[in-house]
Write a protein that binds this ligand. Structure first.
Ligand code: ACO
Length: 332
């Protein structure tokens, strides 16, 4: 890149990985009926748009999914792991309490060592990838990195309560990654991030580790209708804010890739932006809600299917526990 002009960041490659075990809604029905929990394919499809999800096998760690997605993104960018000078992993289901999954990923990529690049996790639940992209963009523009690996990776199947039908049918496992590089051309046009900690209780895993054992409930709790109501409002406000910051309008958008939690929330966001339905990238049907992995997974699917092309204007949006939300607008 030109070293004298303005410095921006741009996505140069995308990758993703889904664990091979795919469960349809009917598979979930069979699994839950055996526990005395009633649900149906019809209910899940009608309320959420989800038809299937992937679950990681026992022994597979979040960093393993992150590694596969990272390798695919590096290959797409034409980069080697040795080129990476910053790693951020967005996750709520890390390998360990500490160290970070990003540090473990750095080691698995074969680039750990005495002058290893910075590597850290970012915890903003389902908004994590959008947060991480905005942080990496700021670091690159400030000259702190030139070739960043940004990953969203989750194994939510390990924190689900399979006796709670209101949550366990919604989530899946997976990982998505992008390589974000310094560029003389934007790239990332603007970002808009928010959190409102008053809503901690509507979506949380309240347990922790204390005194050598799990203290409190280590499984996911969600007040679905409360999250739904908040999500619809904040996704709309973040979309408008990020467009205004970038000096663009809804008419400039080629693609909307919102957090893949519920088709009804996604369609409502697209409708408010007066976006044609085909400009909404949908993977929730096949992946379920993969939390921080959902946006980069959907981006990679859209890129590899030939829909998102170089130069397209794309809006990424996240919303989740915290309550957190945000949007990133970019020219791909
Ligand atoms: N199968 C059958 N029936 C069910 C199931 C199920 N799996 N789950 C709930 N029901 C029943 C309920 O018991 C209730 O029955 P009742 O009327 O007899 O009491 C009925 O269905 C309706 O329940 P609601 O919770 O009101 O259903 P709603 O239409 O709100 O859909 C849902 C629930 C899908 C969870 C929705 O609220 C939602 O998607 N919320 C947002 C989730 C989200 O966006 N999360 C993003 C962030 S995720 C993160 O950050 C980790």
């Amino acid at each position: 890149m030109n070293t004298t002009g303005p410095r921006y960041s741009r996505i140069t490659g995308t990758g993703s990985h889904l664990p091979p075990r795919r469960l349809t809604n009917d598979d979930m029905v069979s699994m839950l009926v055996a526990r005395g929990v009633e649900t149906s394919d019809a209910w899940i499809v009608e309320r959420t748009g989800i038809r299937a999800r992937h679950f990681a096998a026992d022994g597979v760690a979040c960093s393993d999914l992150a590694l596969a997605a990272s390798r695919a993104a590096l290959q797409a960018a034409g980069r080697h792991a040795e080129d990476v000078d910053l790693i951020i992993v967005a996750t709520s289901t890390p390998d360990m309490v500490f160290p970070s999954t990003a540090a473990i990923l750095q080691h698995k990529l074969g680039i750990a060592g005495p002058s290893g690049c910075p590597a850290f996790d970012l915890q903003a639940v389902c908004s994590g990838f959008v947060y991480a992209l905005a942080v990496a963009d700021a670091m690159i523009r400030a000259g702190g990195a030139s070739c960043a690996l940004i990953v969203g990776a989750e194994i939510f199947s390990r924190i689900l309560d399979f006796d709670d039908r209101t949550t366990c049918v919604l989530f899946g496992d997976g990982a998505g990654a992008v390589v974000l590089e310094a560029s003389g051309e934007p790239g990332i046009l603007a970002s808009d991030l928010h959190a409102d900690g008053r809503h901690v209780g509507i979506l949380c895993v309240p347990g922790t580790v204390a005194g050598g054992r799990v203290s409190g409930d280590p499984l996911l709790k969600m007040d679905g209708p409360a999250v739904f109501k908040l999500a619809v409002g904040v996704l709309d406000s973040a979309a408008r804010a990020v467009l205004a910051k970038a000096g663009r309008t809804e008419a400039d958008l080629d693609w909307l890739i919102p957090h893949q939690a519920n088709i009804r929330i996604m369609q409502s966001t697209a409708k408010k932006l007066k976006l044609a339905p085909e400009k909404l990238i949908v993977t929730v049907d096949e992946h379920g809600n993969t939390s921080a992995a959902s946006v980069p997974l959907a981006l990679d699917v859209a890129v590899r299917s030939g829909r998102v092309q170089r130069g397209d204007t794309v809006m990424l949006e996240g919303v989740g526990g915290g309550f957190t939300w945000g949007a990133v607008l970019l020219d791909f």
